[in-house]
Design a protein around this ligand. Structure first.
Ligand SMILES: [Zn+2]
Ligand SMILES: [Zn+2]
Length: 149
């Protein structure tokens, strides 16, 4: 009768095989696979699972899509969102300060600031120059040496 016990060497029927896989696989791939920190933008839009591989995830690779992430590497989506909030709060405060200068400076100075805003793409650059005291409110003087203001 002991000869019968050696029969598992034969290919196992499909049902048995699945039981064996479930016994051996979970410890490795189900619970120890590194968590995906953040899904790429296309996968997030499509609401599909993303392997989080950079620069191009498996799904984008397979589909030939352009893979893109809107959070930094090694950053979870939540951390990325927190960073974004911090940046937005900072910029919001800065813009409020610029607005405050426009309100509280003399009218001539405010017009000078407005002119710089119209000449400069980044309002925070204008604000920094006002703040560090090198802002030139005398437009006629500045127009002669625009680099210096
Ligand atoms: Zn993806
Ligand atoms: Zn992708």
């Amino acid at each position: 009768m002991s000869g019968n016990n050696l029969r598992p060497l034969l290919p196992a029927p499909p049902g048995q095989r699945r039981i064996i896989d479930e016994d051996t696989v979970p410890a490795r791939s189900k619970s120890r696979a590194p968590p995906v920190l953040a899904a790429c933008s296309p996968c997030r839009t499509a609401r599909t699972k993303c392997d989080g591989v950079r620069p191009s995830c498996g799904r984008c690779n397979t589909r030939g899509d352009t893979c893109a992430y809107d959070v930094d590497p090694n950053t979870t989506r939540m951390e990325g969102l927190k960073q974004k909030v911090t940046t937005l709060q900072f910029e919001c405060n800065e813009l409020h300060e610029l607005y405050k200068y426009l309100r509280t400076k003399t009218e001539v100075e405010a017009i000078g600031i407005l002119k710089r805003i119209r000449d400069t793409e980044d309002p925070l650059v204008v604000l920094n120059i006002i703040r560090d005291g090198t802002f030139c409110y005398n437009l006629q003087l500045c127009e002669k040496v625009p680099e210096v203001w």
